[in-house]
Design a protein around this ligand. Structure first.
Ligand SMILES: [Zn+2]
Length: 317
């Protein structure tokens, strides 16, 4: 699904657009402030469960997070995340629950961030990304990494404290690089991961290693996966990717030596595509067009210079 708009270079990258939410982190340790904010009639809350939240259609054809005043919210013991305030002073919370609440309204449905991130407003997508990232981290960090004791939630969801050794644990974000590599002829290097569905090609990507700069990570990953040597590296944009805890750092990189040798383990095939190659390959169904919320699709689109072509229907072919 395309978010619309032909001016691809100006179109915001999913989950990266300014949500307009002030995270107001200075309030997270202020229990009295949080309690007052929670009970305020304009405050809005939504439930996050297993990376999903309820979304609903709006009368104008959009999609929104299902949020309620806090007095309508399900009871929860401790898993309450303060997400911030908007420009009107409305405070937003998320509740982590084992299940999403039932809804009488039949049009509301559960959605994960990959789907909802394409449909929601920047505000709602930003709120959901924040809540999903916190939920993932909370779920995977229940025990102290220093002493093994069970930790407790603090700072409105943004810290876990260890009652035994006093350690404070903070949400973790794993930097990953994702890059559209071009050669001297301005062709793009796209690869196929071993486990991807047939025909799927995309940009190369990988995690930044300990003690490594992101520029070095770009060069190392491209060398490891495709055997291509990288010269100039230019940062484009980042994208929160809480599946479960990544931050995708998007680059355009120039190959210094364009010869390809795939590693065969992670990447089974890599090819240089001219814009014409890509258009033809997509139109005749040889490869699947990049799509979805991932910054990969946008990096390819930025290089391509306009919306990526779609496969021709049988009638057109
Ligand atoms: Zn501990």
């Amino acid at each position: 699904m395309n978010t619309g708009g032909a001016d691809t270079a100006d179109r915001p990258i999913g989950l990266t657009a300014d949500s307009g939410i002030d995270r107001a982190a200075h309030h997270r340790l202020d229990e009295a402030w949080l309690a007052a904010a929670w009970s305020h009639p304009t405050t809005r809350v939504f439930v996050v469960s297993g990376g999903q939240a309820l979304v609903d259609d709006t009368p104008d054809g959009g999609t929104e997070l299902v949020m309620t005043p806090t007095f309508e919210a399900p009871l929860t013991e401790t898993h309450r995340y303060f997400l911030g305030t908007d420009e009107h002073g409305v405070r937003y919370f998320a509740l982590q629950k084992d299940t999403l609440p039932g809804r009488l309204d039949q049009s509301a449905r559960a959605a994960g961030l990959r789907e909802a991130g394409l449909l929601l407003s920047a505000r709602d997508a930003g709120l959901m990304a924040h809540a999903v990232a916190l939920e993932n981290w909370q779920r995977l960090h229940r025990f102290c990494s220093r002493c093994g004791e069970r930790t407790v939630i603090a700072a409105a969801g943004h810290i876990r404290r260890c009652p035994a050794c006093g350690a404070e644990h903070y949400p973790r974000t794993d930097p990953a690089v994702i890059m559209l590599v071009t050669d001297e002829e301005d062709r793009a290097l796209l690869g196929r991961q071993v486990h991807w569905p047939k025909g799927r090609f995309s940009t190369l990507a990988g995690f930044v290693e300990p003690g490594e700069s992101i520029e070095k990570a770009v060069a190392r990953e491209v060398w490891e996966e495709a055997g291509v040597t990288i010269g100039h590296v230019e940062y484009v944009a980042s994208q929160p990717w809480p599946f479960p805890s990544s931050l995708m750092l998007g680059f355009i990189a120039r190959a210094a030596d364009a010869r390809i040798t795939v590693d065969g383990e992670e990447i089974e095939e890599a090819r240089w595509f001219s814009r014409e190659d890509l258009r033809t390959a997509i139109e005749n169904g040889e490869i699947l067009p990049p799509m979805g919320i991932s910054i990969a699709a946008r990096l390819i689109e930025l290089w391509y210079g306009k919306p990526i072509p779609q496969p021709l229907t049988k009638a057109e072919a």
